[in-house]
Design a protein around this ligand. Structure first.
Ligand SMILES: [Zn+2]
Length: 265
């Protein structure tokens, strides 16, 4: 069993086992490999895999925020196979297969508390950092020629799951679809908690997004990028031929959690 501090250090959780900011992971077993072969939805597969390997009570992966979930999945592979991750890719410059190795425990990591302090002041107390972290973060912008304040916060795994279910319903049934509903408006809508200080539910948030000026949504996205924390999965792969390929650690693929195959990025 291995123990890790989450990038949130538990600041986002008002209750439950993740509040202490620590997770305990066991190594993957045959039954976990079995999960990797089941179903088509990678989000669900990864969640089931992680839930099974998280030690402790009520430690469902869907209760983790996305940034912590990403970190936990990385550490699950580290715990099971070690930090060294060898992979192959085909360089777009010379079309040759390249072998590379990265150390998964040395990827860039930004902790939530550090990000909050870098934006709101290095001298913030622990309490103020925790209060800020729980949000919402407020963006002042304009839409329809009027000033508006939008309060946002990261969606929990549970909310993201609801979004996935709703998207599947839309795609399958193609009925009951309201104007503007889809992946884009759901993605932003799932982050909006308040409009002009008034709480809004998911449905109302999606409708607000659908009718908001694109410039206002851009302001919202900028604020969300500024508040980014967690693991940076971006990779820049340099080839001897001089070509560099921008890609990312393929966390949501079954191959990432196996070693018996040539893994490609
Ligand atoms: Zn090359």
């Amino acid at each position: 069993m291995a123990e890790f501090y989450l990038p949130s250090k538990g600041l986002l959780y008002e209750e439950g086992p993740f509040r202490e900011g620590v997770i305990r992971l066991r190594k993957m077993k045959g039954k976990d490999n079995q999960i990797l072969t089941e179903g088509k939805d990678p989000t669900k597969i990864m969640e089931d895999l992680l839930s099974g390997c998280l030690e402790g009570e009520h430690t469902k992966a869907s209760n983790l925020y996305e940034q912590d979930q990403t970190f936990a999945l990385l550490m699950l592979r580290v715990t099971t196979y070690g930090a060294t991750y060898p992979f192959q890719y085909v360089c777009e410059g010379c079309q040759q297969r390249q072998d590379r190795t990265i150390e998964l425990d040395q990827l860039n990591r930004v902790d939530l508390g550090d990000m909050i302090r870098s934006i709101y002041g290095a001298s913030l107390s622990e309490e103020d950092v925790a209060r800020k972290a729980r949000g919402p973060f407020v963006v002042q912008t304009q839409t329809d020629g009027k000033e508006v304040s939008v309060g946002w916060h990261w969606p929990t795994g549970k909310t993201l799951k609801k979004v996935q279910v709703r998207l599947r319903q839309l795609n399958n049934a193609k009925l009951g679809r309201r104007p503007g509903e889809g992946e884009y408006t759901f993605g932003i809508g799932s982050t909006i908690k308040e409009i002009d200080g008034q709480p809004v539910d998911f449905q109302a948030a999606v409708q607000w997004v659908a009718n908001a000026d694109a410039g206002a949504l851009d302001d919202l996205r900028a604020s969300q990028e500024r508040h980014a924390f967690g693991m940076n999965l971006d990779l820049v792969l340099e080839c001897d031929c001089g070509w560099s390929t921008e890609t990312f650690v393929p966390l949501m693929s079954r191959e990432f959690f196996r070693t018996y195959r040539n893994r490609a990025v």
